[in-house]
Design a protein around this ligand. Structure first.
Ligand code: NAP
Length: 283
């Protein structure tokens, strides 16, 4: 049976670290502030926003939620972003994605000030990640790197295979592993011989969005398997990896729930702290 990489415990360690620094800032009368924008009432998004708010308050940060109706106009949404950009008590801004179809996600992301872009989705931050000179990393890939370090898994020289090439997970994940000297292969829906490529992975990251997509025959014995997926095929949360079978083959694996998910929120807290420090001239 594989070692379970415990995202709850590792994320708690990150939050403890962040909480200590927030307490030091509080003594200087600085309270990191996060604004979360949510459009409509998608149940999964509401759950994520609730978790973000609870994490902020547990760590001594300020947070506010802006719930906009499903039919909000692009202009109203951009006006809110502009207002939040100009507020000194708000250090981080994020807009919960996906947005309803009539809204242009790209222009909303572009409107968030790069200094307050705690999701690290703004093109300026994406570019900085490419060249390895960044303040913020996207929360999910950053959380995965943190988990690997905490589990003493060195990516240097390893063959890392990432299934998925989204701007939010797959591409930045590959880039962070590359920065740490891994040899990286990115796979997607047009990849030929996917199973064969996956079987070459020392570290396999699944960010596909398909329940139990990665099966045991796609995994090299002894590999590390990171499951990013959050799927609810029968209303019950499960990952992109067939955990029961794959865990018999691999050396370490992240569970769903309790793996990558908690790390994502912890890294958001880390980014909000970083934003507050930068905006207050604390390096
Ligand atoms: P996404 O934007 O839908 O991207 C999915 C990727 O998977 C795409 O690149 C797609 O390829 C690829 N793909 C789809 N079917 C495939 C197939 N049959 N073979 C190979 N590749 C295939 O999803 P995402 O935003 O990256 O999220 C991925 C999963 O992670 C979702 O379940 C999401 O809910 C979850 N997630 C979890 C967290 C967390 O905190 N745990 C955070 C973010 C996302 P193409 O590009 O060719 O279409």
């Amino acid at each position: 049976m594989a070692q379970i990489i415990d995202g709850k415990a590792i994320s708690q360690a990150v939050k403890d670290r962040v909480g200590k620094e927030v307490a030091e800032l509080n003594e200087k009368r600085i309270t990191p502030g996060l604004a979360v924008i949510i459009v409509g009432a998608d149940p999964a998004s509401l759950v994520y926003v609730g978790s973000k708010k609870r994490a902020c308050s547990a760590l001594g940060m300020y947070s506010e939620e802006h719930s906009l109706p499903e039919n909000v106009s692009q202009e109203e949404l951009l006006a809110l972003v502009e207002c939040l950009n100009n507020r000194s008590d708000i250090n981080g801004i994020l807009c919960q994605l996906p947005l309803p179809k009539h809204l242009d996600e790209k222009s909303v992301i572009n409107a968030i000030s790069p200094e307050k872009d705690v999701d690290a989705f703004h093109p300026a931050n994406v570019g900085r990640i490419m060249i390895g000179d960044y303040d913020f990393l996207p929360c999910t890939p950053a959380g995965i790197m943190e988990m690997l370090v905490a589990s003493n898994i060195d990516v240097s020289g390893k063959h890392c295979v990432v299934i998925g090439r989204s701007n939010i997970v797959g591409k930045p994940m590959a880039m962070l592993m590359l920065h740490k000297n891994a040899t990286v292969t990115i796979c997607h829906s047009k990849t030929k011989n996917l199973s064969e490529i996956c079987r070459q992975a020392d570290i396999l990251v699944a960010a596909v969005g398909r329940a139990r997509f990665v099966t045991a025959d796609m995994v090299k014995p002894g590999a590390v398997v990171i499951d990013v997926g959050m799927n609810r095929p029968d209303g019950i949360l499960c990952g992109d990896v067939d955990f029961d079978e794959v865990s018999k083959v691999c050396s370490s694996i992240t569970p769903v729930p309790g793996g990558v998910g908690p790390m994502t929120i912890a890294m958001l807290m880390q980014n909000t702290l970083t934003a507050a420090k930068r905006q207050n001239g604390i390096v």
